[in-house]
Design a protein around this ligand. Structure first.
Ligand code: DX5
Ligand code: ZN
Length: 219
């Protein structure tokens, strides 16, 4: 299981320290939430902050674009240091082209699905995907409650991707108490914001999340 701490719930002033803590605790990816105040009702960070983060960590940057017309920005985010660029299918009218742009720019391509979006929209782009991001909350804010329909969506995506290397990642309301069930459903990446950065010791919270995700395999 890969664990991707989402910095949305970190304190942005001493951000470098927060990142160093989760990197030392064994994070696999660093999840960076980019919001434009249009696609989602919140505004976060953009390319200059990602450039600064890139200089401070060796972790792959998993950039989640919650923005309209993401195709206009793909190259900028890859240049800023994104290793994965994930766009929302609801925001990209020509998804196949956008995913190709991401790979051509030199990053791995991801598609995110809002809770109300069925997985079948990805049926004809399965070979163009390195990652599918299942939103288990409506995007825009950290600390929301997990929407359980994500379990079935993950199972369906895992079946659709059979034999392909694409990762299924889940984002929103991920905690130690649902990590095991998400692993069983087929998630390969757990994105967690408040469960990690909202804890008094983010490193210990990350380790606890990973061990909770491993319980089903030990049983
Ligand atoms: C929400 C973001 C998430 C957010 C998750 O729109 O995409 O990455 O940080 O936060 P938690 O883990 O607190 O639900
Ligand atoms: Zn996210």
């Amino acid at each position: 299981m890969k664990i991707a701490p989402s910095i949305l719930s970190a304190d942005f002033a001493p951000l470098g320290e927060a990142i160093a803590r989760v990197e030392a605790a064994g994070a696999d990816l660093l999840h960076v939430d980019v919001m434009d105040g249009h696609f989602v009702p919140n505004l976060t960070i953009g390319p200059p902050v990602i450039e600064s983060i890139r200089k401070r960590t060796r972790l792959p940057l998993d950039v989640h674009l919650m923005i309209e017309e993401p195709e206009r920005w793909v190259e900028t985010y890859v240049k800023a240091g994104a290793d994965y660029v994930t766009v929302h299918v609801e925001a990209s009218a020509h998804l196949e082209r956008t995913l190709a742009l991401i790979r051509e720019a030199g990053a791995r391509a991801g598609a995110a699905l809002n809770p109300s979006t069925p997985p079948e929209v990805l049926q004809y782009v399965l070979d163009d995907l390195d990652l599918v991001l299942v939103m288990s909350v409506n995007p825009g804010f950290g600390g929301q409650s997990f929407i359980p329909s994500a379990y079935e969506k993950i199972r369906r995506l895992r079946a659709m991707l059979a034999g392909r290397p694409g990762l299924v990642s889940v984002d929103g309301g991920v905690k130690a108490d649902n990590a095991g069930a998400l692993a069983l459903a087929g998630a390969g990446v757990l994105v967690a914001g408040s469960a990690i950065f909202g804890a008094p010791d983010p490193g210990a919270a990350l380790v606890a999340l990973r061990s909770a995700s491993e319980v089903p395999r030990r049983a």
